[in-house]
Each structure stands twice: as C-alpha cells, then as structure tokens.
Design a protein around this ligand. Structure first.
Ligand SMILES: Cc1cc2nc3c(=O)[nH]c(=O)nc-3n(C[C@H](O)[C@H](O)[C@H](O)COP(=O)(O)OP(=O)(O)OC[C@H]3O[C@@H](n4cnc5c(N)ncnc54)[C@H](O)[C@@H]3O)c2cc1C
Length: 484
C-alpha cells in the first residue's frame, strides 16, 4: 500500500472521526488510520457516555470552552447523525454542608464558563429529581445529557466515508518521516504519504508526537472501571447522579449513570496504571464501586450487576500532580503542517466536534481547499425493530421477513438488524463491531443465547469461516471449529 493524501488522521476515535467528517466538507483527500479493527477502539468506546455541561473545567481552559460549545450543539448533531441522545439533566449530591459549599463553587465556576440553568437544590428537590437517592442537597444541571458514544463515533466515521474520506483499520503507525513537503507515515500495512498530518491517537498521542519529532509530552494512563447493571434505570434512576468532587481527583468521582439503552452504569474509579491498554477489571474495585453507588442509591442490589468494563484516560497530569491538565490542540511550530492533539481526556466526547472544527480551521489555513459541493451531513442509523409501533413492525416484517426473526432475546434484536450491522460501510465483521452497532449480546444473558446464532449468520450469509470470527482484535478468534 502506498497512498497519498492531503490530510491523514492518526486515530479513529470520536475525535479523529469528527475531524475526518468535518474535513469532508472540503475537497480534500482524507485518510484515517487506526491500529484497531474498528472505530472507537480506545476511550471513545469506553466511557460514561455523558454529554457534560462544562462546569467541572477550569475557566479559561480549552476544556471548558470546547465542552460548553460541544454541549450546546450536541443534540442537533445527534439528530443529524441519527444517534440516540437524551437530555436527562444531572444531579450532584452533597452529604454535608462542606460538600454543599463545594457544589456552590462548582456552580459559580460553571456560570463563569457559560453553562446555563445551573441551580442549587435542597433535599426535597433532590428527592423529586431522583426519588431513590439519598443526600443533603445538591447541584442540578439541566443541560447534561446521555448518548451512545459508540454509535456516535460510527456515525461520524460512516458519514465521513459517505463524503469521501477513507478509513484504514488494522493499521498501526510505527514510524513517521519527512519526505520533502510530505510526511511518510509507515503503518503495519504500508506507507501513507500526506501533506498535513493530524495526531488524534489518544493514549498513544505522545508516542506519535515523538515519532514526528515533538518529544515534549508524556501520557499517564489512568484506568476507570465500571459495573454494568441490568435494565433497571426506569425503576431506579433516570438522571445521572454524581458525588461532590474531591480536590486532586483524576476523575469526576464514582457516579451512577442511566445509559441510553436503559441500563445503569456505576463508576468509574481513577487508578494510575503502567499499561496504556490495561482494560482489566478487578473484584476489589468492583466492591468499592458498588459501595460508593449504594451510598448514592441505597436501594441498589448486587444481583443487578450483569457485567463490568474499563477505559483508560490519556492524562497529561502525573499521578503526583493529580487533577486535570488542559487539552493540547495546536499546529506544532517546530514541524510545519503537523497538528497535534494530546491529553484529550474527559470531556473529550462532548468536545469532539468543537475540537474537529478547530482542527479543520487549521487545515483550511494551510491548504485553502475548495468546499465540497456534494457534502451531506445526514446519516441514517439501523432501524431498531423493538422501538417501532405494532403497525410499523408489521410493515417491516412484510417488507423483509428477517425482521420477524429475533436473534437476541434479551434485547429483542432481529436478524435484519444483525445483517445491517454486518453490512456496515467500514467493512467490520467482528462480534464487538456487530454488538455495538445493533446491540445484541448486551442483555442479561450476555450473549449466551445469541452469540452462536450471530456466528451462524456470518457463516451462512456472508461466507465467513467460524474459525475466523474474532471477538474484537486479531488474536481474539472465538472458535476452533464446529463440533456438531
Ligand atoms: C473512564 C472514562 C470516562 C469518560 N467519560 C466521558 C464522558 O462521560 N463524557 C465525555 O465527554 N468524555 C468522557 N471521557 C473522555 C472521552 O472518552 C475521551 O476524551 C475521548 O474518547 C477521546 O477521543 P479520542 O478520539 O481522542 O481518543 P480514542 O477514542 O482513544 O481514540 C484514539 C485512537 O487512536 C488509535 N491509535 C493509538 N495509537 C495508534 C497507532 N500507533 N496507530 C494507529 N492508531 C492508533 C487507537 O486505536 C484509538 O482508536 C471518558 C474517558 C474515560 C477513559
């Protein structure tokens, strides 16, 4: 492979995909390379899925500015991309006067950042907003929302592809050299040449930056673990509930968040680790998470826990320093045409599109491309059969009988939805790719019933050998062959 681009983006997380989509508004040859076998392989697929309002970030920082801007435009963006989104609001709960004072400071910080509608609430109001939650009083943020971060990233990538961008998955960048006016980017599969190089490599952004010759950043991985609870959000909690923040914490505190799919998430903790991709979950941490969640929501029961996962934060602040350092988003003066994004931790999902707009403005300044007259920002998601009216369901089954065959019983996902997930424009055929696009295997049985049925569809309809079906990355093949 020896391809040449105007702009090459390293990293197909939400930020890299948003940049590709934003750049596709112009007539540019755009490439995106990622070492993963799907988009959202890093932090973008492993987070709390909250559209933050922007009161947690220090005034005057890029984090604060881009989070507030991202929050204001997120609903419209999700509507355009057909991504599940819900403005739930958010409640921060205080258990004593000192915590109330912390929350009052947060309210003032939020107002300085431009967050609208923040207000302090008393115990009665807490009970009204979240009837099962304990606490003394709290801070209410009406503009906080929840969404599906995986489908968001997929939609950005697919829309970028629709508008002409090209994605090269399973391409790990191993070296970057200057070749005249171009960058020569060597990956595990070939060499890509580009006029402008954008580093959106998340946990490895310091390494990519060093390959280009800018060796001044160091990423400290900080793991956050979660518990996934059953679909009990409607019974317990329809609004994210957070504790009052503590000084120097590397996260926002262990919180309870309803997901857009009706589950509850508990977490994340914040633990500095040595391995950038250590997504392991630890039973001791799970006990701590559950205890912290029960403090906020005493009615929680351990039997509701159905799974666990972890994500890692690309922190610029060292463990000793604690807290947060600001995003780095800049054209590196020592290497012309190299745009560097480092330390894009929370609220990086919320800020992804404003970040992309900043990067796009830098590219416009360098390359001055003409607008793409054919750009279309609209994207269509898979039709969710279970969410349709009985009349619409009947119509869909009449159109295609595959809508009549339920493959995932827990989540009521049909064969047609699985097939649409398999036929995605990025060409991903892994179980996790199908799982996050159509949502099978995420129910109480965690794939016990549907996993083998999905593999059968891959085998029979798409000619994939069972031995080649991988869960996520190369090396995660699930089966040695058929036994019956
Ligand atoms: C526990 C946790 C909770 C969070 N909660 C929230 C939240 O509720 N709301 C919010 O707004 N934000 C949240 N965030 C932050 C948010 O998830 C990140 O800021 C965002 O996902 C960053 O996106 P990205 O595209 O920069 O990075 P990533 O999604 O990590 O993408 C980087 C990509 O680069 C690729 N890559 C790396 N090295 C190479 C290489 N050498 N060659 C090729 N490709 C490479 C990776 O495979 C990866 O796909 C949370 C983060 C964590 C960890």
């Amino acid at each position: 492979m020896n391809e040449q681009f105007d702009v090459l983006v390293v990293g197909a997380g939400a930020v890299g995909c948003a940049i590709a989509r934003e750049l596709s508004r112009s007539q540019l040859r755009i490439g995106v390379v990622d070492k993963g076998c799907d988009v959202a392989a890093g932090a973008s697929g492993r987070n709390s899925a909250v559209v933050h309002a922007g009161f947690n970030n220090k005034p005057g920082t890029l984090m604060a500015e881009l989070c507030v801007e991202g929050n204001e435009n997120f609903e419209a963006l999700c509507a355009e991309l057909d991504v599940p989104y819900k403005k739930t609001g958010k409640l921060l709960v205080a258990f004593d006067e000192a915590e109330m004072e912390t929350l009052e400071k947060l309210l003032r910080q939020g107002e300085e950042n431009g967050c609208k509608g923040l207000r302090m609430v008393d115990h009665a109001a807490v009970q009204k907003l979240a009837p099962n939650v304990g606490g003394f009083g709290g801070l209410y943020s009406p503009n906080t929302a929840i969404f599906d971060p995986f489908l968001y990233t997929v939609a950005l990538a697919e829309n970028a592809v629709y508008n002409g961008a090209r994605f090269f998955l399973n391409n790990r960048v191993v070296a970057v050299k200057k070749d005249g006016d171009l960058f020569a980017v060597t990956t595990s599969q070939g060499v890509f040449k580009t006029r402008v190089l954008v580093n959106a490599a998340g946990m490895f952004s310091d390494k990519i930056s060093a390959m280009v010759g800018v060796d001044e950043y160091h990423i400290y991985p900080c793991r956050g673990e979660y518990l996934i609870l059953d679909k009990i959000a409607n019974d317990y909690l329809t609004i994210p509930v957070y504790p009052a923040p503590t000084k120097g914490n590397s996260g926002l505190g262990i919180h309870l968040t309803p997901t857009i799919h009706g589950n509850l998430l508990v977490g994340p903790n914040a633990e500095h680790i040595n391995d950038h991709l250590d997504y392991g979950t630890v039973s001791k941490t799970q006990d701590e998470l559950f205890a912290a969640a029960q403090k906020l929501l005493p009615a929680l029961q351990r039997k509701d826990v159905i799974g666990a996962f972890a994500g890692t934060r690309p922190k610029l602040a060292s463990p000793e320093e604690g807290g947060f350092r600001d995003f780095v988003i800049k054209e590196e003066p020592s290497v012309p045409n190299f745009i560097n994004l480092v330390g894009i931790e929370s609220p990086g999902m919320t800020a992804s599109m404003p970040i992309a707009k900043r990067v796009s403005a830098m590219v416009q300044g360098i390359l001055q491309p003409a607008p793409n007259p054919d750009f279309c920002g609209k994207h269509k998601n898979i039709i969710r059969f279970a969410e349709q009216t009985p009349e619409r369901k009947a119509e869909l089954i009449a159109q295609d009988p595959d809508y009549g065959e339920v493959i995932c019983r827990c989540q009521q996902i049909t064969k047609k939805e699985i097939c649409q997930a398999i036929e995605n424009p990025l060409g991903v055929k892994t179980i996790s790719g199908i799982k996050y696009r159509a949502w099978p295997t995420t129910g109480r049985c965690q794939g016990g019933y549907c996993l083998t049925r999905i593999v059968e569809i891959l085998e029979k309809e798409y000619g994939v050998r069972v031995e080649d079906v991988a869960y996520r990355d190369e090396g995660s093949e699930l089966f040695a062959g058929r036994v019956k």
